[in-house]
Write a protein of this length. Structure first.
Length: 168
């Protein structure tokens, strides 16, 4: 069987979800949807000069702590910030950027608190993963904040606090 590893993974996820889904194999491309998918795949295959960045769905997590409300636009002034990502995804308006939502680290609270939103190029956005902690540098545009560099990555929030306290 072709792609047996992918079939095993699909069936495993299907069983864990608890929602019944039937899989039906249909010979040929009879429906408009399967015809469109086939056409898109063949068109993409004929364009090898474009960079294929893979399928990026974006991931959503919950912000941690007792922080109510929606993420505000980050007040970028060229500063370096320690943040924890809780949502990433492609930004539909430009098609060449990621939209990220994050919490910033508060030295006074010694925890992540306020929720913000900013943008990142595809290259930088691909380095930012949900649930991870980073030290980043922003541009200086209050209306359109962009992460311009990832300076450091911490495996966990606890690791960041340990380094901040000089314990490592």
């Amino acid at each position: 069987m072709e792609n047996s590893d992918l079939w095993r993974e699909l069936l495993s996820v299907r069983a864990k979800r608890g929602v019944r889904r039937d899989i039906e194999w249909t010979k040929g491309k009879k429906s408009p949807v399967t015809k469109a998918v086939d056409k898109a795949a063949k068109t993409a295959a004929r364009q090898p000069t474009e960079t294929d960045r893979g399928f990026r769905t974006g991931k959503v997590g919950r912000s941690r702590g007792n922080v109510a409300g929606v993420a505000a636009v980050f007040p970028a002034t060229g500063q370096e910030v320690v943040l924890r990502i809780y949502q990433t995804g492609a930004y539909r308006r430009t098609g060449g950027e990621n939209k990220i939502k994050f919490q910033t680290f508060s030295d006074s609270l010694r925890d992540f608190s306020a929720k913000f939103m900013a943008y990142a190029s595809l290259d930088i956005g691909s380095l930012l993963h949900r649930g991870r902690v980073y030290r980043v540098r922003f541009n200086s545009d209050l209306k359109y904040p962009i992460v311009v560099a990832v300076l450091e990555e911490f495996p966990t929030a606890a690791e960041h606090i340990r380094v901040k306290n000089g314990d490592g």
